[in-house]
Design a protein around this ligand. Structure first.
Ligand code: MRU
Length: 325
């Protein structure tokens, strides 16, 4: 799935806001186009935002590259991959390196990391497993395979049959619009459920494991995930179902000691009340609170699956061990 294309020095993205009904590519012509594409979620998913931001800064940085970086970073604050990738471009600039080559390296490294994450994740799954996922952490959100969906897509290639339950993921419906689209394209069995049906499928014994991507992992293993993920984690603990968080090393932020240090992006009321409805679902004066992410407490997480291996609790120690060797 080609979500970010760099061809003949031109940058294109598959507009994810139009999926699954239309597959439209948009060409980026300025830094402002790139900022808007990230802010409007035309390109989304933590690793994909990082890859895209790297190309954006490499191509369109203005006289003051530090300012251009800050501007792009401010488009979405929670996913650490964004500022991590733009920092790499800034470092390359300071060292007189070719910036496009650096952006391409970030993209290629992500393919490699996603493959490794997928292999580690698959080692924990069995044929015929029922798997619940939330939001979209597949190829649209990364480069290839994905993180949360990676083991499923890789397993499918190897002949595993999984039964995936995809939370629709209110309010922006990434599970409905993107995950079910992506899995259908791969020919993987997927059933779309309302977020509120997660406990029912768990209680019925249909779920053997939960797999989700993440936007930032704090040093103690608290993770920032798409809003609603913490609810799924609480339910998993109650029903005794393994809850796995998957992400590349660029998602781990050792400078955030715990989830309390992570800035959570808040988005507009229109996303709750009107964006995906023919008519508004509430009065215009009704207040809304729309945090885009929540923090999953480390005590609810069975394992964090990274490109370097699988970290188990206590995460403070196991994450450091994975990344400091
Ligand atoms: O707001 P989004 O759609 O960018 O949120 C995406 C997610 O929450 C993903 O699960 C996360 O970025 C991990 S992507 C591999």
């Amino acid at each position: 799935m080609n979500n970010i294309k760099f061809e003949n020095n031109r940058l294109f993205i598959l507009d994810q806001t139009k999926l699954p009904n239309q597959e439209i590519y948009l060409e980026m012509k300025s830094l402002e186009d790139c900022y808007n594409a990230i802010e409007l979620l035309q390109v989304r998913g933590a690793p994909a935002i990082g890859i895209f931001a790297a190309y954006s800064l490499a191509l369109f940085h203005e006289n003051n590259i530090e300012k251009s970086k800050e501007y792009l970073d401010s488009a979405r604050p929670t996913a650490v991959n964004l500022s991590w990738a733009t920092q790499r471009i800034l470092n390359a600039f300071r060292n007189g390196k070719n910036l496009i080559k650096e952006a391409t390296a970030i993209q290629n490294e992500d393919i490699d990391m996603c493959r490794k994450i997928s292999e580690y994740g698959l080692s924990l799954l069995k044929d015929n497993y029922g798997i619940l996922t939330h939001c979209n952490a597949g190829e649209l959100a990364t480069s290839k395979y994905g993180t949360g969906l990676g083991p499923i897509i890789l397993g499918n290639e190897k002949g595993y049959k999984f039964h995936v339950y995809s939370d629709e993921t209110r309010p922006l419906l990434q599970g409905a619009r993107l995950t079910s689209y992506e899995l259908e394209k791969h020919g993987i069995d997927v059933t779309l459920i309302c977020d509120s049906a997660a406990s029912t499928v768990m209680k019925k014994g249909l779920i053997d494991a939960v797999l989700v991507g993440c936007d930032r992992v704090a040093a103690n293993g608290d993770t920032a995930n798409k809003i609603g993920t913490n609810t799924v984690a609480v339910l998993s603990k109650y029903y005794g179902i393994p809850f796995y968080v998957l992400g590349p090393y660029s998602t781990i932020d050792f400078s955030s000691p715990s989830g309390e240090n992570i800035v959570i992006e808040e988005r507009g009321a229109n996303e709750i009340k009107s964006m995906y409805f023919e008519n508004p679902t509430a009065l215009s004066e009704t207040k809304c609170y729309n945090p885009a992410f929540d923090i999953t407490d480390n005590s609810l997480i069975t394992a964090i699956i990274t490109d370097k291996g699988i970290a188990y609790p206590p995460f403070e120690k196991s994450l450091k061990e994975l990344y400091n060797d």
